[in-house]
Design a protein around this ligand. Structure first.
Ligand code: BGP
Length: 471
């Protein structure tokens, strides 16, 4: 057994998002997720939609106290654009929403929980999707107006802000692979324009934040899914290189370095996609890079060169690679995601070696498991040893990279309380605290106590458990 020490000021906690926790009580506008559920409830596991989520809207104080009991010194969630803003054109806020968020911020402050507030977590207002959504550059201007309202209202009390969570997923899930609304497939051109407009929107929000001279930091949350080639063949290496460039590096480059790489531009040229940044856009990205970055890591992506035919009307990144399942690797069977803690080390070293060692933190990492009720012990507590093992292994890899100088300042689990996971609804549970989606009853899992000890001591014990160990 080894004991690894993390820095004294390290942020320990978890992430969540407005749409996955708050529910839609008192919300003025529909988001794409609300609209999707209203129109296609059959797409959602067990038919459960976002209307109640885990009722954080009514249980915010109790839930933040529960997080404190898990040892959290920090917590990320998102403001819902569709809740805070009454008028998207003027940025006029809704008073009920202001009261709710003020109360949340105040409670967190009283409990000594540092809030990281995010502005967009897959939840575009439906009215804006009707006008082209992120394909329309005007959405970025409206986002800036929304961000300005949020900074005016809460910028004094909250020190960490981020524009977007996983912007790549908006393009990928909605326009390339069809698993989130508007469920398009293979719309490469739309995806690329969305990526560009979101990078611009984040820079506009960063500029707004600095103009208001708020006393904190502005960043972004990106999902990194390292691409592993099937083999060392030239073709497989090229496929992995492209996946890395398109899915991981575009936002890293745009938000941390303030550029779109030559390599990305030449790929777009080859794809026949007109990708031009105007002089103003180039300047905007360069002048408004982020102060810090949050990186979500769950699993790697195994890829190979395209071998099966893909028939599409237009260019799509999937024409240049395909996913590959390597036999025999460790998989979380419920979510179908490979488990590879070492990739977190690689990510941490990439930030250090290729992105100027910008301050960063692990903003999501976790393991979703189905049917956790079967792990309740004689005391009625869910014994989620697999979760503790999963986190332990990832933290070990992270610690190694920090020893080698990677400037990581925190670790956030996904998530604190079981919550609504988009179309997977309540299928896979990720929390330290279980939530019954019908009664909304909460109860601490075994990992809650484990995390409290870890967060309070900053010491990670690396002996891995075996019973209930599924990872
Ligand atoms: C991340 C999202 C989260 C969360 C998590 C778990 O990509 O930022 O919102 O949902 O994944 O994944 P899932 O809910 O799809 O199982």
């Amino acid at each position: 057994m080894r004991t690894l020490a993390f820095p004294k000021q390290f942020l320990w906690g978890a992430a969540a998002s407005g749409p996955q926790t708050e529910g839609s009580a008192d919300k003025l506008h529909e988001s794409v997720m609300d609209y999707w559920y209203r129109n296609c409830p059959q797409d959602f596991y067990d038919g459960i939609g976002p209307d109640t989520a885990n009722d954080f809207y009514h249980r915010c104080q109790e839930d933040l106290q529960a997080m404190k009991a898990c040892g959290f010194n920090s917590f990320r969630t998102s403001i819902q654009w569709t809740r805070l803003i009454r008028d998207f054109e003027t940025g006029e806020p809704d008073e009920k929403a202001v009261d709710f968020y003020r109360d949340m911020i105040h409670t967190a402050e009283e409990l000594g929980i540092e809030l990281i507030l995010n502005l967009h977590h897959f939840d575009l207002p439906m009215e804006l999707l009707d006008q082209g959504g992120w394909e329309n550059p005007r959405t970025a201007r409206l986002f800036q107006i929304y961000a300005a309202t949020a900074f005016d209202l809460f910028g004094e009390s909250v020190r960490y802000w981020t524009g977007f969570n996983e912007p790549m997923v908006i393009a990928e899930a909605g326009y390339l692979d069809g698993f989130h609304w508007p469920k398009y497939r293979n719309k490469g051109r739309a995806a690329v324009s969305i990526m560009k407009n979101i990078a611009v929107a984040n820079a506009l929000a960063a500029r707004e934040y600095r103009r208001k001279k708020r006393n904190g930091s502005f960043g972004i949350i990106l999902n990194l899914t390292p691409a592993i080639p099937r083999s060392m063949s030239k073709e497989d290496l090229a496929a992995a290189d492209f996946v890395e460039l398109f899915y991981n590096r575009f936002f890293m480059d745009a938000c941390i370095r303030g550029i779109v790489s030559e390599k990305f531009q030449s790929c777009m040229k080859q794809a026949g996609i007109d990708f031009e940044l105007s002089k103003e856009e180039k300047h905007l990205l360069q002048e408004n890079t982020v102060d810090f970055v949050g990186l979500n890591y769950y699993h790697p992506r195994r890829v190979r060169s395209r071998e099966t035919e893909l028939i599409t009307e237009e260019w799509t990144p999937n024409l240049w690679f395909e996913d590959y399942e390597k036999p025999g690797v460790r998989i979380n069977p419920y979510r179908g995601w490979e488990i590879d803690p070492h990739c977190l080390y690689d990510i941490a070293m990439t930030v250090k070696n290729e992105y100027g060692n910008i301050p960063w933190y692990v903003s999501e990492n976790g393991m979703g498991v189905e049917g956790e009720e079967r792990f309740r012990d004689e005391n009625g507590i869910i014994n989620d040893q697999y979760r503790m093992d999963f986190y332990t292994e990832h933290l070990e890899a992270l610690h190694q990279a920090m020893e080698e100088g990677s400037a990581c300042f925190g670790f956030h689990a996904w998530t604190a309380l079981d919550c609504w996971s988009w179309n997977n609804a309540y299928k896979n549970r990720y929390g330290f605290i279980s939530v019954d989606p019908v009664s909304q009853k909460r109860s601490f899992k075994k990992s809650a106590e484990w995390f409290r000890e870890l967060a309070e001591s900053g010491l990670l014990k690396t002996a891995s458990g075996s019973e209930n160990s599924e990872s």
